[in-house]
Write a protein that binds this ligand. Sequence first.
Ligand code: ADP
Length: 222
Amino acid sequence: MMRIILFGPPGAGKGTQAKVLSDRSGLSHISTGDLLRDNVKGSTPLGKQAKDFMDKGLLVPDELVANMLQERFSRQDLKNGFILDGYPRNIAQAKTLDDMLAKLNMGIDFVVYLDASDSVIIQRLSGRLVCSSCGANFHITNMPPKVAGICDNCKGPLYQRNDDKEETIKKRLEVYKKEVSPLIKYYETQNKLYRLSGDEKPELVLEKILKISEKHNDSVKV
Ligand code: ADP
C-alpha cells in the first residue's frame, strides 16, 4: 500500500503513467485535473468557478482545489493507497496536503518528478485527443486511435481539451515554471524526490517507477 505523488510539466505523461500504475497495482488514481473537468462537465458550482481559470491555463484558486481534494480523501478507497496526479502545484498546496494527510495518520512514500522538454510538451499536447467517456488519451500522430475520432477502449467520442491550444499550452508552461523550483526543493529536503525523464518512452518510464516502488516496498518490510 503506497502513496505516491507524480508531478512535472503538463504533457510529461503523468496521467498516462498514473492510469497504468493504478490498473496494475490497485492504487487509486487521483487527478485534480480530471476531478475539475468532471465538475466543469457536470456544471457544478465548483465547475462554474473553475472553468475560466482552466480555459486560460491558470491555476484554479488553492482553496477550491483543497476542498475538492478533502472531499475526495474522505472516500473509502483512500485506504488502498493512491497516486496523486496534478497536486500539489505550489508550496501552499504541498503544505495543505501534508496537513490533510497528517490528520488521517498518513504520509507520502515518494514523489516522482517527471520532467520533459518544452518541444516534447508542445508536440504532445497540441496533438492530444481525449476520450469524453473514459478519459483515455490518444495522439494524432504519436498514438492515433484505430478509427479517427473514436476511442479504442470504449468507442466514446474523442475531443481536444480546451486548454490544449497552443497559446494556452504556453501559459500553462509559464505557470508551471514559476512554481516548480520551490516544490522540488520541498520534496528534496524530505528525501522523497526521484527525477525521471518524461521524454522517454512511456514503457521505460513505467519500468523506472516500478523499480522505485519496489525499493520502497522492501524498506517497509524490513
Ligand atoms: P496539465 O497538468 O496537463 O496542465 P491537468 O489536467 O493536471 O493538466 O490540469 C488542467 C487544469 O486544471 C490546470 O491548468 C488548472 O487550471 C487546473 N488544476 C488542476 N490541478 C490543479 C491544482 N492542483 N491547483 C490548481 N489548479 C489545478
